[in-house]
Design a protein around this ligand. Structure first.
Ligand SMILES: NC(=O)c1ccc[n+]([C@@H]2O[C@H](COP(=O)([O-])OP(=O)(O)OC[C@H]3O[C@@H](n4cnc5c(N)ncnc54)[C@H](OP(=O)(O)O)[C@@H]3O)[C@@H](O)[C@H]2O)c1
Length: 305
């Protein structure tokens, strides 16, 4: 099968022809149709996880996946051949990934069915960013009338979190540069936009002098942020800014359990949230997309397998 993979410790991601994986006991073989780029993939491609996670070469990149169940391994019976499924590759080592024509995953964790109403391309861009967004929102539980500041609202996690926050009736202040980024975050539900290239603290204090009830930290430096919180406020961070750094901070680790995936796909099916795919790459274009990802990404960058 064709996959975007690393062949060894020193290689860059490229299209490789590798053996189609065979599902083991309790595993499902998925014919992947869609995926998307996440910061984690960029980190793997850059070699940042060397020494932190076992690499089983060839290492296929891609955390997200959506496709169709092609076969079941021994004892696996949760899904039937032909079921449309999506999720996040959660194996404790690097090896299988969503940027390949086939993928084996455990049937127990990181996989769920795609509801009829949800397009497979949308499901392929939903898993990791959606799971991080709901975990962050749940950690600070914004209430109607409260004010929430979202740093990195222009990204995949930030856009989905902005939609969830706006749906609670909270006032959303989002970071975005003037122009298309500002239009984008407003389209996701942000009411007030602050420019992250300027003095963020001063801009937020100007629009919300008594501070904000909650902060979602998805980008940039967090050390100045606690000064913006009202009494009792919380910061949820996907970047590891946790209680060791400040007592108000909660470090988020996205969990792509079946219940979370079902909640996300149901919210897409009911149109409570939209997955803001701004560009779709062909599989062979992924190495270029990985180079482009760190600068100027808006929403989700999808991959069509
Ligand atoms: N802990 C977890 O479980 C977990 C799960 C998912 C994601 N994450 C992490 O969470 C972060 C967000 O994920 P993502 O997929 O949304 O990434 P993303 O798509 O790259 O989004 C980050 C966004 O923030 C913007 N940005 C960069 N620096 C900024 C700054 N100083 N202030 C305000 N905005 C800034 C970026 O704009 P430019 O592109 O213009 O720089 C980009 O639009 C990533 O670091 C990712 O690795 C963690």
């Amino acid at each position: 099968m064709r996959a975007i993979a690393l062949s060894d410790t020193s290689s860059a991601p490229r299209v490789l022809d590798i053996p189609t994986p065979v599902p083991g006991a309790g595993q499902v073989l998925v014919r992947v149709e869609a995926s998307s780029l996440n910061g984690f993939d960029i980190a793997v491609a850059a070699g940042y996880l060397q020494g932190m996670m076992e690499h089983r070469y060839p290492v296929v990149l891609g955390k997200d996946f959506a496709g169709v169940v092609e076969a079941n391994g021994e004892g696996a019976k949760k899904y039937s051949i032909g079921d449309r499924v999506f999720g996040v590759v959660m194996a404790p080592y690097l090896g299988e990934g969503g940027f390949g024509e086939y993928l084996i995953v455990s049937e127990q964790f990181g996989i769920a069915k795609v509801p009829e109403e949800v397009d497979i391309a949308i499901a392929g861009a939903l898993g990791l960013a959606g799971a991080a967004a709901v975990a962050s929102i749940d950690a600070v539980s914004p209430q109607a009338g409260q004010t929430i500041l979202i740093i990195g609202a222009t990204g995949g996690v930030g856009a989905i979190a902005t939609q969830y926050a706006a749906a609670t009736g909270a006032h959303v202040i989002a970071t975005a540069k003037p122009g298309v980024e500002t239009d984008f975050v407003r389209s996701q539900g942000a009411q007030i936009v602050v420019d992250p290239t300027g003095d963020l603290v001063a801009q937020v204090k100007a629009v919300s002098p008594s501070g904000v009830n909650a902060i979602l930290h998805f980008a940039g430096e967090a050390t100045a942020l606690p000064a913006l919180l009202m009494e009792g406020g919380k910061i949820a961070s996907t970047l590891g800014f946790g209680p060791d750094k400040h007592p108000t901070a909660i470090a988020i680790m996205a969990s792509a359990d079946e219940a979370t995936l079902n909640r996300l796909s149901a919210d897409v099916a009911s149109k409570q949230i939209r997955v803001p795919i701004t560009h779709t790459y062909a599989l062979a274009e992924v190495p270029e997309a990985i180079k482009a990802f760190p600068t100027g990404t808006l929403g989700k960058l999808a991959v069509k397998i």
